[in-house]
Design a protein around this ligand. Structure first.
Ligand code: ADP
Ligand code: MG
Length: 287
């Protein structure tokens, strides 16, 4: 590989909005065999919206007030929904995030819990009658979260995030380039499968805790494959570092961009196959 041709390659990439932090990453991109994509904010737009809430107004107020303390996109969707409905927010005495599971807070002396099945199960909340609705939301690709107030189940909030328009085409092109394409997410299995179906991904690794994302990438490497990780979140940073090539979504967090070897501007997924094509043409010309 001549330094000049590598420079020309990274220059061409940069003109398209693909920023390599160094020429060695372009060379390693040429060797990729598998690509792992985070779901929320990478495959989807990362701007979820509340579509359903099964509880009453008081429950919605408690739910949204509790979520005000969270920076998670799911929380932002819930807070925006309550604001649109002109619900005043209540004072929150205590707040903590439970990564990969949900949140807990105290409002007017009452403990509030919001999150997935696992969280409710761990806290012994009886969710009598919730399972059918939960499953149906998840089958349509929505993320459904449960609310408990003072130890009692009070409703389900469902949030939908839409896929990026170019995602199916980008994934198709990656497959045509011989890439194994895998989706990695903390979201539940059914929601993940529904989104994967919409974009043409068949391999899904779901319900992965934030600290386990890097381990999943390592497992793929242990199968002897050179793997890229594509992500936008703080949660994705360790996996971006672990992967042979870490690719950050330009619209994502600063932490992800710092951790990555490559950044694609504007989060345009078609830049992923483009980066691989540029690496191939650059390296092949050298040989
Ligand atoms: P993702 O890969 O989608 O970023 P996370 O690991 O952040 O997933 O979250 C996994 C799951 O934990 C979510 O699908 C949701 O059920 C629950 N969860 C996370 N944050 C919150 C929150 N602020 N409120 C309610 N539930 C949450
Ligand atoms: Mg994400």
């Amino acid at each position: 590989a001549t330094p000049t041709s590598i420079m020309v390659g990274t220059g061409r990439a940069a003109e398209s909005g693909i920023l390599f932090k160094g020429g060695e990453h372009l060379e390693r991109t040429h060797q990729l065999e598998a690509i792992v994509l985070d779901k929320t904010g990478t495959i989807t737009k990362g701007k979820p919206e509340v579509t359903d809430f099964t509880g009453d107004t008081e429950a919605l107020q408690l739910l949204a007030s509790a979520e005000k303390g969270s920076e998670h996109p799911l929380a932002e969707a819930i807070v925006a929904h309550a604001a649109e409905n002109d619900l005043p927010f209540l004072d929150v005495d205590d707040f903590s995030a439970i990564p990969g599971h949900g949140i807990e807070a105290t409002i007017a002396g009452k403990p509030i819990l919001v999150g997935n099945r696992k969280l409710m199960h761990d806290r012994h909340i009886d969710m009598e009658g919730a399972e059918e609705a939960l499953t149906s939301y998840e089958m349509s690709g929505k993320t459904a979260m449960l609310l408990a107030v003072d130890g009692n189940y009070r409703g389900i909030v469902a949030v939908a995030d839409t896929i990026k328009e170019s995602a199916p085409e980008a994934i198709q092109q990656l497959k045509e380039l011989g890439m194994e394409v895998i989706m990695l997410t903390g979201d539940n299995e059914r929601t993940a499968q529904a989104i994967a179906n919409q974009v043409g991904i068949t391999q899904v690794i779901a319900e992965v805790l934030p600290e386990q994302k890097a381990d999943k990438v390592k497992e793929i490497q242990l199968q002897g494959k050179k793997v890229a990780m594509v992500g936008d979140g703080v949660n994705d940073a360790p996996a971006l570092v672990t992967a042979d090539i870490g690719i950050a979504i330009g619209t994502g967090t600063e932490v992800a961009i710092e951790a990555a070897d490559v950044t694609i501007l504007g989060g345009e997924l078609l830049l992923l196959p483009k980066a691989i094509k540029i690496s191939h043409s650059t390296i092949r010309n050298i040989r």
